[in-house]
Write a protein that binds this ligand. Structure first.
Ligand code: NG1
Ligand code: MG
Length: 519
Protein backbone atom coordinates (compact mmCIF):
# COMPACT_ATOMS: atom_id res chain seq x y z
CA UNK A 1 0.00 0.00 0.00
CA UNK A 2 1.64 3.22 -1.12
CA UNK A 3 0.49 6.47 0.41
CA UNK A 4 0.34 9.86 -1.30
CA UNK A 5 3.61 11.50 -0.20
CA UNK A 6 3.90 14.63 1.90
CA UNK A 7 6.55 16.93 0.46
CA UNK A 8 8.37 19.86 1.93
CA UNK A 9 10.50 20.96 -1.02
CA UNK A 10 9.54 21.91 -4.55
CA UNK A 11 12.73 20.24 -5.76
CA UNK A 12 11.07 16.93 -4.85
CA UNK A 13 8.00 17.75 -6.93
CA UNK A 14 9.24 19.30 -10.16
CA UNK A 15 12.04 18.62 -12.62
CA UNK A 16 15.12 20.71 -11.95
CA UNK A 17 14.53 23.23 -14.72
CA UNK A 18 11.04 24.03 -13.45
CA UNK A 19 11.81 24.67 -9.77
CA UNK A 20 12.58 28.38 -10.09
CA UNK A 21 9.40 29.34 -11.94
CA UNK A 22 7.34 27.05 -9.71
CA UNK A 23 8.75 28.74 -6.60
CA UNK A 24 7.49 32.09 -7.90
CA UNK A 25 4.10 30.55 -8.67
CA UNK A 26 3.74 28.86 -5.27
CA UNK A 27 4.76 32.04 -3.43
CA UNK A 28 2.16 33.97 -5.38
CA UNK A 29 -0.45 31.36 -4.48
CA UNK A 30 0.36 31.59 -0.78
CA UNK A 31 0.41 35.38 -0.74
CA UNK A 32 -2.88 35.57 -2.67
CA UNK A 33 -4.35 33.10 -0.18
CA UNK A 34 -3.31 35.39 2.66
CA UNK A 35 -4.79 38.48 1.06
CA UNK A 36 -8.02 36.63 0.20
CA UNK A 37 -8.65 34.83 3.49
CA UNK A 38 -6.55 36.82 5.96
CA UNK A 39 -4.48 33.82 7.04
CA UNK A 40 -1.96 31.38 5.68
CA UNK A 41 -3.08 28.04 4.20
CA UNK A 42 -2.55 24.91 6.29
CA UNK A 43 -1.46 22.81 3.35
CA UNK A 44 -1.50 22.59 -0.44
CA UNK A 45 -2.73 19.53 -2.31
CA UNK A 46 -1.30 18.95 -5.77
CA UNK A 47 -2.21 16.67 -8.64
CA UNK A 48 -0.80 16.87 -12.18
CA UNK A 49 -2.22 16.52 -15.68
CA UNK A 50 -1.05 13.74 -17.93
CA UNK A 51 -0.19 12.94 -21.48
CA UNK A 52 -1.00 9.50 -22.75
CA UNK A 53 1.96 8.02 -24.60
CA UNK A 54 0.13 5.05 -26.05
CA UNK A 55 -3.08 3.08 -25.43
CA UNK A 56 -5.86 5.40 -26.55
CA UNK A 57 -9.51 4.76 -25.76
CA UNK A 58 -8.82 1.33 -24.38
CA UNK A 59 -8.79 1.99 -20.62
CA UNK A 60 -12.57 1.66 -20.41
CA UNK A 61 -12.29 -1.62 -22.27
CA UNK A 62 -9.92 -2.60 -19.42
CA UNK A 63 -6.74 -2.90 -21.50
CA UNK A 64 -3.38 -1.61 -20.28
CA UNK A 65 -2.30 1.94 -21.11
CA UNK A 66 0.94 3.93 -20.84
CA UNK A 67 0.52 7.57 -19.79
CA UNK A 68 2.91 9.86 -17.95
CA UNK A 69 2.32 12.81 -15.64
CA UNK A 70 3.29 16.26 -16.90
CA UNK A 71 4.60 19.26 -14.98
CA UNK A 72 1.34 21.22 -15.39
CA UNK A 73 -0.89 20.63 -12.38
CA UNK A 74 -3.69 21.74 -10.08
CA UNK A 75 -2.80 23.25 -6.71
CA UNK A 76 -5.35 23.71 -3.97
CA UNK A 77 -4.21 25.84 -1.05
CA UNK A 78 -6.43 24.98 1.92
CA UNK A 79 -7.16 26.32 5.34
CA UNK A 80 -9.30 24.10 7.57
CA UNK A 81 -12.21 25.45 9.63
CA UNK A 82 -12.58 24.20 13.17
CA UNK A 83 -15.22 21.48 13.43
CA UNK A 84 -18.53 22.90 14.66
CA UNK A 85 -22.09 21.62 14.81
CA UNK A 86 -24.35 22.48 11.87
CA UNK A 87 -23.49 22.91 8.21
CA UNK A 88 -19.87 23.45 7.19
CA UNK A 89 -18.92 26.01 4.58
CA UNK A 90 -16.65 25.61 1.59
CA UNK A 91 -15.24 28.78 0.01
CA UNK A 92 -13.62 28.32 -3.36
CA UNK A 93 -11.67 31.00 -5.14
CA UNK A 94 -9.41 30.74 -8.14
CA UNK A 95 -6.13 32.48 -8.83
CA UNK A 96 -7.79 33.54 -12.08
CA UNK A 97 -11.11 34.96 -10.80
CA UNK A 98 -12.07 36.49 -14.16
CA UNK A 99 -12.22 33.09 -15.72
CA UNK A 100 -13.31 31.06 -12.70
CA UNK A 101 -15.80 32.87 -10.49
CA UNK A 102 -15.59 32.50 -6.70
CA UNK A 103 -18.21 30.25 -5.10
CA UNK A 104 -19.35 29.33 -1.65
CA UNK A 105 -21.59 26.50 -0.59
CA UNK A 106 -22.65 24.71 2.56
CA UNK A 107 -22.31 21.05 3.31
CA UNK A 108 -25.51 20.23 5.23
CA UNK A 109 -25.12 18.26 8.47
CA UNK A 110 -26.23 15.10 6.67
CA UNK A 111 -22.91 15.51 4.82
CA UNK A 112 -24.51 14.94 1.41
CA UNK A 113 -23.66 17.34 -1.39
CA UNK A 114 -25.69 17.62 -4.56
CA UNK A 115 -23.92 18.05 -7.90
CA UNK A 116 -25.84 19.58 -10.77
CA UNK A 117 -23.94 17.97 -13.67
CA UNK A 118 -25.92 20.05 -16.19
CA UNK A 119 -24.39 23.27 -14.84
CA UNK A 120 -20.93 23.72 -16.32
CA UNK A 121 -19.18 24.96 -13.22
CA UNK A 122 -15.54 24.54 -12.35
CA UNK A 123 -16.56 24.00 -8.75
CA UNK A 124 -18.39 20.80 -9.75
CA UNK A 125 -15.02 19.13 -10.03
CA UNK A 126 -14.29 20.08 -6.46
CA UNK A 127 -17.69 18.83 -5.39
CA UNK A 128 -17.17 15.53 -7.15
CA UNK A 129 -13.88 15.02 -5.28
CA UNK A 130 -15.64 16.03 -2.06
CA UNK A 131 -18.45 13.51 -2.57
CA UNK A 132 -15.98 10.71 -3.34
CA UNK A 133 -13.76 11.52 -0.37
CA UNK A 134 -16.79 11.74 1.93
CA UNK A 135 -17.91 8.27 0.81
CA UNK A 136 -14.46 6.85 1.42
CA UNK A 137 -14.20 8.47 4.87
CA UNK A 138 -17.58 7.04 5.77
CA UNK A 139 -16.38 3.57 4.86
CA UNK A 140 -13.22 3.99 6.90
CA UNK A 141 -14.77 5.59 9.96
CA UNK A 142 -18.20 4.51 11.11
CA UNK A 143 -18.99 7.84 12.80
CA UNK A 144 -17.92 10.03 9.87
CA UNK A 145 -20.75 12.06 8.42
CA UNK A 146 -19.69 15.39 7.13
CA UNK A 147 -16.53 17.06 5.94
CA UNK A 148 -15.12 20.05 7.82
CA UNK A 149 -15.39 23.47 6.20
CA UNK A 150 -12.49 24.85 4.19
CA UNK A 151 -11.20 27.99 2.54
CA UNK A 152 -9.61 27.10 -0.74
CA UNK A 153 -7.62 28.89 -3.40
CA UNK A 154 -7.08 26.95 -6.63
CA UNK A 155 -4.38 27.42 -9.23
CA UNK A 156 -4.44 25.18 -12.29
CA UNK A 157 -1.90 25.20 -15.10
CA UNK A 158 -3.36 22.26 -17.00
CA UNK A 159 -5.33 23.89 -19.82
CA UNK A 160 -9.01 22.99 -19.48
CA UNK A 161 -10.43 21.08 -22.42
CA UNK A 162 -6.88 20.73 -23.68
CA UNK A 163 -6.59 16.95 -23.57
CA UNK A 164 -4.11 16.89 -20.68
CA UNK A 165 -6.77 15.86 -18.26
CA UNK A 166 -7.31 18.95 -16.21
CA UNK A 167 -10.50 17.37 -14.94
CA UNK A 168 -8.85 14.35 -13.36
CA UNK A 169 -6.11 16.57 -11.92
CA UNK A 170 -8.76 18.77 -10.33
CA UNK A 171 -10.84 15.91 -8.98
CA UNK A 172 -7.78 14.12 -7.54
CA UNK A 173 -6.42 17.30 -5.93
CA UNK A 174 -9.87 18.02 -4.46
CA UNK A 175 -10.44 14.54 -3.04
CA UNK A 176 -6.93 14.59 -1.60
CA UNK A 177 -7.55 18.00 0.00
CA UNK A 178 -10.78 16.79 1.62
CA UNK A 179 -9.11 13.63 2.95
CA UNK A 180 -6.23 15.63 4.38
CA UNK A 181 -8.46 18.35 5.88
CA UNK A 182 -10.44 15.64 7.66
CA UNK A 183 -7.38 14.22 9.34
CA UNK A 184 -6.21 11.50 6.92
CA UNK A 185 -2.46 11.80 6.76
CA UNK A 186 -1.62 8.69 4.81
CA UNK A 187 -4.02 8.64 1.91
CA UNK A 188 -3.68 5.38 0.00
CA UNK A 189 -2.88 6.15 -3.65
CA UNK A 190 -5.03 3.36 -5.00
CA UNK A 191 -8.02 4.32 -2.86
CA UNK A 192 -7.65 7.91 -4.07
CA UNK A 193 -7.54 6.83 -7.72
CA UNK A 194 -10.53 4.55 -7.37
CA UNK A 195 -12.65 7.18 -5.72
CA UNK A 196 -11.61 9.79 -8.30
CA UNK A 197 -12.63 7.50 -11.17
CA UNK A 198 -16.10 7.02 -9.73
CA UNK A 199 -16.35 10.70 -8.76
CA UNK A 200 -15.55 11.94 -12.23
CA UNK A 201 -18.41 9.90 -13.62
CA UNK A 202 -20.70 12.06 -11.46
CA UNK A 203 -19.75 15.08 -13.57
CA UNK A 204 -21.12 13.59 -16.73
CA UNK A 205 -18.41 11.52 -18.42
CA UNK A 206 -18.31 7.76 -18.37
CA UNK A 207 -14.55 7.76 -18.00
CA UNK A 208 -12.01 4.97 -17.84
CA UNK A 209 -9.33 5.05 -15.15
CA UNK A 210 -6.22 6.17 -16.98
CA UNK A 211 -6.23 9.86 -16.14
CA UNK A 212 -6.75 9.51 -12.43
CA UNK A 213 -4.05 6.81 -12.26
CA UNK A 214 -1.63 8.99 -14.20
CA UNK A 215 -2.32 11.94 -11.90
CA UNK A 216 -1.77 10.07 -8.65
CA UNK A 217 0.73 7.21 -9.07
CA UNK A 218 3.75 8.44 -11.08
CA UNK A 219 7.26 8.86 -9.82
CA UNK A 220 9.40 11.60 -11.30
CA UNK A 221 11.09 10.68 -14.57
CA UNK A 222 9.02 7.58 -15.30
CA UNK A 223 6.02 6.62 -17.35
CA UNK A 224 3.19 4.60 -15.84
CA UNK A 225 1.91 1.24 -17.04
CA UNK A 226 -1.66 0.99 -15.82
CA UNK A 227 -3.58 -2.28 -15.65
CA UNK A 228 -7.24 -2.67 -14.84
CA UNK A 229 -7.41 -6.46 -14.66
CA UNK A 230 -7.64 -8.40 -12.33
CA UNK A 231 -7.82 -5.08 -10.49
CA UNK A 232 -6.47 -1.56 -10.84
CA UNK A 233 -2.69 -1.52 -10.52
CA UNK A 234 0.15 0.63 -11.82
CA UNK A 235 3.82 0.14 -12.39
CA UNK A 236 6.36 2.90 -12.97
CA UNK A 237 8.31 2.33 -16.18
CA UNK A 238 11.78 3.70 -16.90
CA UNK A 239 12.76 4.80 -20.35
CA UNK A 240 15.68 2.94 -21.90
CA UNK A 241 19.17 4.36 -21.88
CA UNK A 242 19.84 5.91 -25.26
CA UNK A 243 22.69 7.81 -26.81
CA UNK A 244 20.30 10.75 -27.27
CA UNK A 245 17.28 11.37 -25.02
CA UNK A 246 13.67 10.47 -25.65
CA UNK A 247 11.82 13.77 -26.15
CA UNK A 248 8.05 14.04 -26.10
CA UNK A 249 6.64 17.29 -27.40
CA UNK A 250 3.04 18.18 -26.67
CA UNK A 251 1.12 20.47 -29.01
CA UNK A 252 -2.34 21.91 -28.41
CA UNK A 253 -4.72 22.00 -31.32
CA UNK A 254 -6.73 24.73 -29.53
CA UNK A 255 -9.85 22.99 -30.73
CA UNK A 256 -11.75 22.54 -27.47
CA UNK A 257 -12.35 18.90 -26.74
CA UNK A 258 -15.17 19.90 -24.49
CA UNK A 259 -16.80 16.69 -23.38
CA UNK A 260 -19.75 18.66 -22.10
CA UNK A 261 -20.93 19.95 -25.45
CA UNK A 262 -20.21 17.80 -28.47
CA UNK A 263 -17.82 15.67 -26.47
CA UNK A 264 -20.01 13.51 -24.25
CA UNK A 265 -21.99 12.45 -27.26
CA UNK A 266 -18.84 11.12 -28.85
CA UNK A 267 -17.02 9.82 -25.80
CA UNK A 268 -19.97 8.21 -24.11
CA UNK A 269 -21.08 6.74 -27.43
CA UNK A 270 -17.70 5.04 -27.79
CA UNK A 271 -18.13 3.54 -24.32
CA UNK A 272 -21.58 2.25 -25.35
CA UNK A 273 -20.24 0.87 -28.65
CA UNK A 274 -17.37 -0.98 -26.95
CA UNK A 275 -19.71 -2.41 -24.31
CA UNK A 276 -22.19 -3.60 -26.93
CA UNK A 277 -19.38 -5.01 -29.08
CA UNK A 278 -18.33 -7.12 -26.07
CA UNK A 279 -21.88 -8.38 -25.55
CA UNK A 280 -22.49 -9.10 -29.23
CA UNK A 281 -19.18 -10.98 -29.57
CA UNK A 282 -19.95 -12.97 -26.43
CA UNK A 283 -23.34 -13.91 -27.90
CA UNK A 284 -21.85 -14.91 -31.25
CA UNK A 285 -19.28 -17.15 -29.54
CA UNK A 286 -21.78 -18.77 -27.19
CA UNK A 287 -20.41 -17.02 -24.10
CA UNK A 288 -23.64 -15.36 -22.94
CA UNK A 289 -24.45 -14.31 -20.34
CA UNK A 290 -21.13 -12.52 -20.09
CA UNK A 291 -19.97 -11.98 -16.52
CA UNK A 292 -20.22 -8.39 -15.42
CA UNK A 293 -16.91 -6.57 -14.76
CA UNK A 294 -15.37 -3.18 -13.98
CA UNK A 295 -16.18 -1.66 -17.41
CA UNK A 296 -18.06 1.63 -16.97
CA UNK A 297 -21.30 0.03 -18.20
CA UNK A 298 -20.71 -3.33 -16.55
CA UNK A 299 -19.10 -5.26 -19.42
CA UNK A 300 -15.91 -4.82 -21.40
CA UNK A 301 -14.08 -6.15 -24.44
CA UNK A 302 -11.42 -7.42 -22.03
CA UNK A 303 -14.15 -9.31 -20.16
CA UNK A 304 -15.21 -10.92 -23.44
CA UNK A 305 -11.57 -11.66 -24.30
CA UNK A 306 -10.82 -13.41 -21.00
CA UNK A 307 -14.07 -15.39 -21.11
CA UNK A 308 -13.33 -16.47 -24.68
CA UNK A 309 -9.85 -17.67 -23.65
CA UNK A 310 -11.22 -19.46 -20.61
CA UNK A 311 -13.54 -21.42 -22.86
CA UNK A 312 -11.25 -22.04 -25.84
CA UNK A 313 -7.86 -22.38 -24.20
CA UNK A 314 -8.96 -23.38 -20.68
CA UNK A 315 -6.97 -20.50 -19.17
CA UNK A 316 -8.85 -19.30 -16.13
CA UNK A 317 -6.57 -16.46 -15.05
CA UNK A 318 -5.59 -14.76 -18.29
CA UNK A 319 -3.82 -11.93 -16.45
CA UNK A 320 -0.99 -14.40 -15.77
CA UNK A 321 -0.54 -15.30 -19.47
CA UNK A 322 2.84 -14.38 -20.97
CA UNK A 323 3.00 -11.18 -23.02
CA UNK A 324 3.71 -13.16 -26.20
CA UNK A 325 0.70 -15.41 -25.75
CA UNK A 326 -1.52 -12.51 -24.79
CA UNK A 327 -0.46 -10.68 -27.91
CA UNK A 328 -1.25 -13.67 -30.09
CA UNK A 329 -4.69 -13.95 -28.44
CA UNK A 330 -5.29 -10.33 -29.42
CA UNK A 331 -4.23 -11.03 -33.02
CA UNK A 332 -6.68 -13.90 -33.07
CA UNK A 333 -9.45 -11.60 -31.79
CA UNK A 334 -8.71 -9.05 -34.53
CA UNK A 335 -9.31 -11.85 -37.03
CA UNK A 336 -12.50 -12.91 -35.27
CA UNK A 337 -13.91 -9.38 -35.34
CA UNK A 338 -13.05 -9.10 -39.01
CA UNK A 339 -14.92 -12.30 -39.77
CA UNK A 340 -17.87 -12.12 -37.37
CA UNK A 341 -18.69 -8.40 -37.16
CA UNK A 342 -18.75 -7.63 -40.87
CA UNK A 343 -21.01 -4.57 -40.96
CA UNK A 344 -18.91 -1.55 -41.90
CA UNK A 345 -21.95 0.72 -41.76
CA UNK A 346 -22.67 -0.14 -38.13
CA UNK A 347 -25.42 -2.01 -36.33
CA UNK A 348 -28.89 -0.61 -35.65
CA UNK A 349 -30.65 -0.96 -32.30
CA UNK A 350 -32.99 -3.43 -33.98
CA UNK A 351 -30.12 -5.61 -35.21
CA UNK A 352 -28.36 -5.61 -31.85
CA UNK A 353 -31.64 -6.40 -30.12
CA UNK A 354 -32.12 -9.41 -32.42
CA UNK A 355 -28.58 -10.72 -31.97
CA UNK A 356 -28.64 -10.30 -28.20
CA UNK A 357 -32.27 -11.35 -27.70
CA UNK A 358 -32.82 -8.23 -25.63
CA UNK A 359 -35.80 -5.93 -26.45
CA UNK A 360 -34.77 -2.45 -27.63
CA UNK A 361 -36.27 -0.62 -24.61
CA UNK A 362 -34.25 -2.87 -22.31
CA UNK A 363 -31.05 -2.24 -24.32
CA UNK A 364 -31.67 1.47 -24.11
CA UNK A 365 -32.41 1.33 -20.41
CA UNK A 366 -29.31 -0.72 -19.59
CA UNK A 367 -26.78 1.00 -21.82
CA UNK A 368 -28.03 4.33 -23.11
CA UNK A 369 -29.78 5.99 -20.18
CA UNK A 370 -27.11 6.87 -17.62
CA UNK A 371 -25.33 8.80 -20.35
CA UNK A 372 -27.75 9.31 -23.25
CA UNK A 373 -26.49 8.68 -26.78
CA UNK A 374 -28.16 9.80 -29.95
CA UNK A 375 -26.66 7.49 -32.58
CA UNK A 376 -28.75 5.37 -34.92
CA UNK A 377 -25.91 3.06 -35.85
CA UNK A 378 -23.26 1.56 -33.62
CA UNK A 379 -19.93 0.78 -35.22
CA UNK A 380 -19.12 -2.36 -33.27
CA UNK A 381 -16.70 -3.69 -35.87
CA UNK A 382 -14.48 -0.63 -36.07
CA UNK A 383 -14.48 0.01 -32.31
CA UNK A 384 -13.50 -3.56 -31.46
CA UNK A 385 -10.83 -3.59 -34.18
CA UNK A 386 -9.28 -0.43 -32.79
CA UNK A 387 -9.35 -1.66 -29.19
CA UNK A 388 -7.73 -5.05 -29.86
CA UNK A 389 -5.10 -3.62 -32.22
CA UNK A 390 -4.30 -0.72 -29.88
CA UNK A 391 -3.85 -3.19 -27.00
CA UNK A 392 -1.30 -4.98 -29.21
CA UNK A 393 0.52 -1.71 -29.89
CA UNK A 394 0.84 -1.00 -26.16
CA UNK A 395 2.48 -4.41 -25.66
CA UNK A 396 4.84 -3.84 -28.57
CA UNK A 397 5.74 -0.40 -27.22
CA UNK A 398 6.46 -1.87 -23.79
CA UNK A 399 8.67 -4.51 -25.41
CA UNK A 400 10.67 -1.82 -27.15
CA UNK A 401 11.05 0.15 -23.91
CA UNK A 402 12.54 -2.88 -22.21
CA UNK A 403 15.09 -3.43 -24.96
CA UNK A 404 18.76 -3.41 -23.94
CA UNK A 405 20.50 -0.01 -23.66
CA UNK A 406 21.07 1.51 -27.10
CA UNK A 407 24.50 3.03 -26.75
CA UNK A 408 25.29 3.69 -30.40
CA UNK A 409 23.56 6.43 -32.40
CA UNK A 410 22.42 3.78 -34.93
CA UNK A 411 20.78 1.57 -32.31
CA UNK A 412 19.12 4.63 -30.75
CA UNK A 413 17.82 5.79 -34.10
CA UNK A 414 16.34 2.36 -34.85
CA UNK A 415 14.61 2.16 -31.49
CA UNK A 416 13.19 5.67 -31.71
CA UNK A 417 11.93 5.02 -35.23
CA UNK A 418 10.22 1.82 -34.09
CA UNK A 419 8.58 3.61 -31.16
CA UNK A 420 7.52 6.43 -33.47
CA UNK A 421 6.04 4.02 -35.99
CA UNK A 422 3.75 2.64 -33.28
CA UNK A 423 2.59 6.17 -32.38
CA UNK A 424 1.85 6.78 -36.06
CA UNK A 425 -0.15 3.55 -36.30
CA UNK A 426 -2.18 4.64 -33.28
CA UNK A 427 -2.95 7.94 -34.94
CA UNK A 428 -4.09 6.18 -38.13
CA UNK A 429 -6.36 3.92 -36.12
CA UNK A 430 -7.76 6.81 -34.06
CA UNK A 431 -8.45 8.78 -37.22
CA UNK A 432 -9.83 6.09 -39.50
CA UNK A 433 -11.16 3.32 -37.29
CA UNK A 434 -12.11 4.83 -33.95
CA UNK A 435 -12.96 8.20 -35.52
CA UNK A 436 -11.75 10.31 -32.61
CA UNK A 437 -9.34 12.64 -34.40
CA UNK A 438 -10.17 15.91 -36.17
CA UNK A 439 -8.59 17.73 -39.16
CA UNK A 440 -6.56 20.05 -36.92
CA UNK A 441 -4.98 17.16 -34.98
CA UNK A 442 -4.24 15.37 -38.25
CA UNK A 443 -2.60 18.52 -39.53
CA UNK A 444 -0.35 18.89 -36.46
CA UNK A 445 0.75 15.27 -36.90
CA UNK A 446 1.47 15.61 -40.60
CA UNK A 447 3.47 18.81 -40.09
CA UNK A 448 5.52 17.31 -37.27
CA UNK A 449 6.39 14.19 -39.23
CA UNK A 450 7.42 16.29 -42.22
CA UNK A 451 9.71 18.31 -39.96
CA UNK A 452 11.37 15.19 -38.60
CA UNK A 453 9.24 13.73 -35.77
CA UNK A 454 9.58 9.95 -35.37
CA UNK A 455 5.93 9.59 -34.46
CA UNK A 456 2.90 11.81 -33.91
CA UNK A 457 -0.56 11.25 -32.61
CA UNK A 458 -3.50 12.70 -30.73
CA UNK A 459 -3.48 12.10 -26.98
CA UNK A 460 -6.44 11.83 -24.64
CA UNK A 461 -9.99 11.65 -25.85
CA UNK A 462 -9.34 13.39 -29.17
CA UNK A 463 -11.83 15.39 -31.28
CA UNK A 464 -9.57 18.32 -30.48
CA UNK A 465 -7.35 18.86 -27.46
CA UNK A 466 -3.77 17.71 -27.54
CA UNK A 467 -1.25 15.85 -29.62
CA UNK A 468 1.99 14.14 -28.59
CA UNK A 469 5.11 13.73 -30.71
CA UNK A 470 8.30 11.76 -30.33
CA UNK A 471 10.90 14.11 -31.76
CA UNK A 472 14.69 13.83 -32.22
CA UNK A 473 16.32 16.22 -29.76
CA UNK A 474 17.92 18.16 -32.58
CA UNK A 475 14.67 18.63 -34.48
CA UNK A 476 12.46 20.04 -31.73
CA UNK A 477 12.98 23.61 -32.97
CA UNK A 478 12.27 22.68 -36.58
CA UNK A 479 9.03 20.96 -35.58
CA UNK A 480 7.99 23.94 -33.45
CA UNK A 481 8.71 26.32 -36.31
CA UNK A 482 6.68 24.24 -38.74
CA UNK A 483 3.70 24.35 -36.40
CA UNK A 484 4.10 28.06 -35.73
CA UNK A 485 4.12 29.11 -39.35
CA UNK A 486 1.91 26.44 -40.88
CA UNK A 487 -0.60 25.71 -38.13
CA UNK A 488 -0.88 28.34 -35.41
CA UNK A 489 -0.32 31.43 -37.56
CA UNK A 490 -2.71 30.08 -40.13
CA UNK A 491 -5.53 29.13 -37.74
CA UNK A 492 -4.97 31.71 -35.01
CA UNK A 493 -3.28 34.73 -36.64
CA UNK A 494 -3.86 36.89 -33.57
CA UNK A 495 -2.45 34.46 -31.07
CA UNK A 496 -0.90 36.17 -28.04
CA UNK A 497 2.60 35.49 -26.77
CA UNK A 498 0.97 33.98 -23.66
CA UNK A 499 -1.04 31.53 -25.73
CA UNK A 500 1.98 30.60 -27.82
CA UNK A 501 3.77 29.60 -24.62
CA UNK A 502 0.88 27.28 -23.82
CA UNK A 503 0.68 25.86 -27.33
CA UNK A 504 3.78 23.70 -27.38
CA UNK A 505 5.42 22.12 -24.36
CA UNK A 506 8.38 19.80 -24.12
CA UNK A 507 7.42 17.78 -21.09
CA UNK A 508 9.50 15.48 -18.95
CA UNK A 509 7.70 12.71 -17.10
CA UNK A 510 6.55 14.34 -13.86
CA UNK A 511 5.65 13.14 -10.39
CA UNK A 512 2.15 12.31 -9.13
CA UNK A 513 -0.09 13.78 -6.41
CA UNK A 514 1.30 15.06 -3.15
CA UNK A 515 0.45 17.12 -0.12
CA UNK A 516 2.69 20.05 0.79
CA UNK A 517 2.77 21.20 4.40
CA UNK A 518 2.84 24.99 4.55
CA UNK A 519 3.02 25.47 8.30
P1 NG1 B 1 -9.41 13.04 -21.63
O1 NG1 B 1 -10.64 13.49 -22.31
O2 NG1 B 1 -8.21 13.41 -22.36
O3 NG1 B 1 -9.39 13.52 -20.19
C1 NG1 B 1 -10.50 10.59 -21.77
C2 NG1 B 1 -10.77 9.71 -20.57
C3 NG1 B 1 -9.70 8.64 -20.37
C4 NG1 B 1 -9.45 7.88 -21.65
C5 NG1 B 1 -9.18 8.89 -22.80
C6 NG1 B 1 -9.00 8.20 -24.13
C7 NG1 B 1 -11.94 10.91 -18.77
C8 NG1 B 1 -11.79 11.56 -17.46
N1 NG1 B 1 -10.82 10.50 -19.35
O4 NG1 B 1 -9.41 11.42 -21.52
O5 NG1 B 1 -10.09 7.76 -19.33
O6 NG1 B 1 -10.52 7.04 -21.97
O7 NG1 B 1 -10.23 9.82 -22.92
O8 NG1 B 1 -7.94 7.30 -24.10
O9 NG1 B 1 -13.02 10.77 -19.27
MG1 MG C 1 -10.73 14.97 -18.69
Amino acid sequence: MAAVPTKTSLADIYPEDAVESQTTRWNHLISTFKSTYGKAPDFISRSPGRVNIIGEHIDYSLYEVLPMAVTADVLLAVSIHPQEPGPSTISLTNINPQKFESKQFDIPDTGDVHIDASALEWTNYFKSGLVGATDLLRKKRKDFKQSVGMDILADGTVPSGGGLSSSAAFVCASALAVMKANGEHDVDKKALVELAIVSERAVGVNSGGMDQSASVFPLQGQALYVSFVPQLSARNVSFPQLSSPLVFVIAQSFVAADKHTTGPVCYNLRVVECTLAALVLAKIFGLSPLKSDAGPLGYSLRGFHDTYIAKHASITDNSKTSKEDFQSQLHDLVGKVDAYLPQEEGYTRQQMSEILGIPIPQLEKDFMTKFPVRAERFKLRQRALHVFSEAIRVLRFMDLLSSPPATTPEATETLLKDLGALLNETQDSCRDVYECSCPELDELCTLARKAGAYGSRLTGAGWGGCSVHLVPEGKVDAVKEAWRTEYYMKHFPHMSEEKWKEAVVVSKPGSGSCVFEVK
